[in-house]
Design a protein around this ligand. Sequence first.
Ligand SMILES: Cc1cc2nc3c(=O)[nH]c(=O)nc-3n(C[C@H](O)[C@H](O)[C@H](O)COP(=O)(O)OP(=O)(O)OC[C@H]3O[C@@H](n4cnc5c(N)ncnc54)[C@H](O)[C@@H]3O)c2cc1C
Length: 275
Amino acid sequence: MDERRGEQFLVVGPLGPHAFEDLQRVLEDVALGMLHRILPHGGQHADHGRDPGEAVAREPGRRRGRINTAGRRQRRLERMAWSMSLFVLYFGTNRRYPNLAHHTILFGPRFQGLLRDIFHGHRLPEDFSLYLHAPTITDPGMAPPGGESFYVLSPVPHLGNAAIDWEAVAPGYGDAILAALEPHLPGLRDAIVTRRHFTPADFASRFNAHQGSAFSVAPTLTQSAYFRPHNRDPDIPGLYLVGAGTHPGAGVPGVVNSAKATCDTIAADFHVVGS
Ligand SMILES: Cc1cc2nc3c(=O)[nH]c(=O)nc-3n(C[C@H](O)[C@H](O)[C@H](O)COP(=O)(O)OP(=O)(O)OC[C@H]3O[C@@H](n4cnc5c(N)ncnc54)[C@H](O)[C@@H]3O)c2cc1C
């Protein structure tokens, strides 16, 4: 927490129920701190001459309201639909694949069924559709001379739908993906010199992403545009939200525009001109 001009700024990480859980905890700490500030040792109070009893009743009451509101917001977010997750495999080769494009999409044998399994299934589908990213096609400096760097991405269910033990599953799942890539990248598995993966469990533990979802709140019709969480929280004064889970949405352009919208909102609220 950073305090400037008596205002408090708090960063609680990506939007999700846990963010409001954290906020609830901080508000409780602040409410407790208020009690200590209002009724310091010796019976002196710092509330500009107002009756300390009245201040204790009023301030914590107002904050208690915000704590409860934070709890309600947490539950509302828990009920929202969350985007799919991803299995991402990063790897480098000691040879080049000059006929490859920078971006390649490889469709698997199923389409609608696979989408249903990714968004609503309770297990890891055996088949996959893949996005292969080869940045060295555009910038060879992304790998040592004569090599190529890649990541391949497979959309998978988030942890709330499919509680997969990713630590156990990931190496074999990565092997299956590399085998599927081999017809497009001849001799691939023999050419790999480095490899690591990032799973839904990593999205959850390393990025604090709710259910390990890769794109925050799902962009369904009723969770898009105005219906997406607002940049100025409607219930808790002084709380501003930014990033993939907020208006206008996920993806780098969406997040940059969300940052602009949030900055404009804060500037307007604090009467900052020419920001
Ligand atoms: C593999 C992959 C490929 C993608 N490709 C594209 C693409 O080609 N084009 C595109 O437009 N978008 C793409 N996206 C989506 C895009 O990256 C995201 O929508 C965007 O990065 C989200 O930005 P954000 O700032 O909301 O969240 P993030 O970038 O996830 O940033 C949130 C940060 O908060 C930190 N954090 C977590 N908890 C706390 C805490 N308690 N306190 C403080 N900080 C905390 C996290 O560590 C993280 O650094 C891709 C996403 C993935 C995963």
